[in-house]
Design a protein around this ligand. Structure first.
Ligand SMILES: C[S@@+](CC[C@H](N)C(=O)[O-])C[C@H]1O[C@@H](n2cnc3c(N)ncnc32)[C@H](O)[C@@H]1O
Length: 127
């Protein structure tokens, strides 16, 4: 559906990944994120080059699942496990519908940093 949410008076405010945004999101994102399709293509190419059978690829904040579904479509028979997670219910509902024909798991959920446990070593630091 074409995104006309911010045209004219009475625009939704504040912005949220709610049902109205989810309903036009696929149109909104290609118009609002520079080079969105190019970046999506680059991510798929990278996964195809680097991932090996058995690898898990997780799309955190997958929205309507556009990237994950394209990735699943282009990596059939490669043995990758694909998971998409999004905290917006309307977004993940659409992603689940879009992913019906491909091998990918879509899950509602919120990603948040977890506090370091006592004595743990921060990633990237040498012990
Ligand atoms: C800009 S969109 C991402 C676009 C998407 N990755 C794509 O390629 O089409 C941001 C998404 O992240 C989700 N999000 C924001 N905070 C989140 C969190 N803490 N956990 C999970 N999803 C989150 C929003 O609901 C929204 O769908």
């Amino acid at each position: 559906m074409k995104d006309l949410l911010f045209e004219g008076p009475g625009s939704p405010s504040p912005f949220a990944f709610d049902r109205s945004v989810a309903s036009v999101f696929d149109d909104m994102i290609v118009r609002s994120v520079p080079c969105y399709e190019l970046v999506t293509r680059a991510v798929i190419d990278l996964v195809q080059r680097l991932a090996v059978p058995g690898d898990l690829v997780v799309d955190l904040g997958c929205s309507t699942g556009t990237l994950l579904v394209a990735l699943a479509d282009e990596t059939r028979e490669t043995g990758l496990r694909l998971i998409g997670v999004d905290s917006s219910e309307p977004m993940i509902e659409q992603a689940i519908r879009k992913a019906e024909a491909v091998q990918a798991e879509l899950r509602p959920g919120s990603c948040a940093p977890t506090p370091a446990s006592p004595g743990s070593t921060p990633p990237g630091s040498s012990s």
